[in-house]
Design a binder for this molecule. Structure first.
Ligand SMILES: [Zn+2]
Length: 108
């Protein structure tokens, strides 16, 4: 019996992606919250969001990224355009970071 271990089937990926899109249309979520809701690893969530972001523009939506914030000193990770959340504050080196949150909104 053959089993693909490292790749999930294409259909599952598409389903996961549309699930994430539907969730993000409803409310703001972090990658961790999405990973719990869709039951996939947080690392995969970042990859899916990257794909979703690229595909959204021609569907009349855009991905709003609310930047991560340091909970110790209030530093906002504004310039960070990456999907992957930061793990440490560049100013105070604290690891108490409120992750970036994502929301899908219709284009005006
Ligand atoms: Zn800080």
């Amino acid at each position: 019996m053959k089993r693909e271990k490292t790749y999930e089937p294409k259909e599952r990926e598409i389903t996961v992606r549309s699930e994430i899109i539907e969730l993000l249309k409803l409310k703001e979520l972090t990658t961790l919250e999405i990973s719990r809701l869709v039951r996939i690893p947080e690392k995969s969530v970042s990859e899916h969001i990257e794909h979703i972001r690229r595909g959204l523009q021609n569907k009349g939506y855009y991905l709003k990224i609310i930047p991560a914030v340091c909970l110790s000193c209030g530093f906002v990770f504004k310039k960070r355009d990456k999907i992957k959340p930061p793990t440490r504050c560049p100013l105070c080196k604290s690891e108490h970071i409120q992750d970036s949150t994502f929301k899908i909104l219709p284009l005006e």
